[in-house]
Design a protein around this ligand. Structure first.
Ligand code: SF4
Ligand code: SF4
Length: 383
């Protein structure tokens, strides 16, 4: 397993993490086996959105045999339980009770990330960030019961506001190949409409694209939910791309986006954990999703660098994907942030070394004008 830094929190998390969906409906011994299997695969990052007391108790009990510093817990505030069902709440007493139950059932001592749950609507966002929820979250932070604040959302517009607030260090964000191409929408159900994919795609929605760059520049980490689109992208009959992707390809796509630290799947069996964890030892060919996206019947990524690295090798050993990523970050900001310049400086070879041989462009499945981008990068970064 490989690990990445969770943005400005500085916490190290496994590139492949796990949600809690796979623990639903299982008794304790089954939960323990599943959790042990994930830990043995090197997974150290857990998202717990559920308020189901049994799942919380089972996961908490199974985690107890591991030292607290060996796992990272991202658990949700405002996710509550009533009459045997989950519900989302912003009511102060219910938010407080749900948090207290979480701590009692799991006994983790503290949460690494206190994730404010499911904020998709801008009015809801304003209410959360100007009301009792954020005050309570800050209070928990001051008491050391949560270390950092996160926000889960499906809506890039809300995420932009949260980045600007400076209060949110981590997003839990739906960011998978298909949905990235849909425009920002407050209504998450629109993503599941039958004709949602029945249109001509024109690459990643520009707003989402800008959001990833804004996060990277601000040090806000993105953690990704539902990387397999509930299995849709793994099924050749259902996927909008005409061909099934593998779990490794789905994870690879998510991890190639700026600011993404970890991809958390809802694996429910040891086999599914193994299939996801295989990402870490996978070859470049196994990770490569470019051909599927480039040849997708309804999509067009033409000219847009996807940072897939398919253009390598470069005649002069420039890391083209990295140069393009830093260039796009700088262009999106309208200036060169110091951190981006520093990252660029650390590259072994720089864009000015490009000899315009064009070999990379023959390899690029997305028709990116690499020579032009190298010239632009040399100007922007000064070398
Ligand atoms: S230039 Fe093309 S092949 Fe290279 S990283 Fe970008 S999209 Fe991929
Ligand atoms: S055109 Fe630039 S990036 Fe492509 S092979 Fe030549 S030097 Fe490398």
């Amino acid at each position: 397993m490989d690990y990445r830094t969770l943005g400005r929190t500085g916490i190290r998390v496994s590139e492949v993490g796990m949600g809690c969906e796979g623990f639903e409906g299982k008794d304790y011994p089954e939960c323990e086996r599943l959790l042990d299997c994930a830990m043995a695969a090197g997974i150290n990052f857990w998202d717990l959105y559920t308020s189901n007391p049994q799942v919380r108790k089972n996961m908490g009990r199974a985690l107890k045999k591991y030292p607290r510093d060996q796992y990272v817990l991202q658990a949700h505030l405002c996710s509550a339980w009533r009459d045997g069902q989950y519900f989302r709440t912003r009511k102060p007493d219910e938010v407080k009770r749900a948090f207290e139950e979480l701590m009692e059932y799991m006994q983790p001592g503290y949460l690494d990330i206190g994730m404010i749950h499911y904020v998709d609507d801008k009015n809801d966002y304003e209410a959360v960030m100007n009301g009792t929820v954020i005050h309570y979250a800050e209070e928990l932070k001051a008491q050391g019961l949560i270390r950092h604040l996160g926000l889960s959302t499906h809506n890039p517009d809300v995420a932009f506001l949260a980045v600007e607030s400076g209060l949110i260090d981590v997003f839990f964000f739906k960011q998978k190949t298909a949905y990235e191409m849909l425009p920002a929408n407050e209504d998450v159900n629109a993503l599941f409409e039958k004709d949602a994919f029945d249109r001509i795609y024109e690459g990643i929605d520009p707003k989402r694209d800008r959001l990833y760059r804004a996060c990277q520049n601000a040090g806000v980490a993105i953690t990704v939910m539902k990387p397999f689109a509930g299995g849709l992208l793994l099924d050749g009959k259902q996927t909008p791309f005409g061909r099934a992707m593998t779990p490794v390809q789905c994870i690879s796509y998510c991890l190639d986006r700026p600011a993404v630290a970890s991809v958390l799947g809802g694996m429910a069996t040891a086999e599914e954990i193994e299939a996801a964890a295989r990402y870490c030892g996978a070859s470049g060919d196994e990770r490569d999703y470019s051909e599927i996206l480039a040849n997708a019947p309804k999509s067009s990524f033409s000219g847009h660098c996807m940072y897939c690295g398919h253009c390598a090798p470069c005649a002069v050993k420039i890391d083209i994907a990295a140069v393009n990523k830093y260039l796009d970050l700088a262009v999106a900001q309208g200036f060169v942030p110091e951190t981006v310049q520093n990252h660029y400086e650390l590259l072994e070879h720089h864009a000015e070394e490009c000899i315009a041989c064009g070999a990379c462009m023959r390899n690029c499945p997305f028709g990116t004008d690499v020579i032009r981008k190298m010239k632009q990068a040399a100007e922007v970064f000064g070398r």
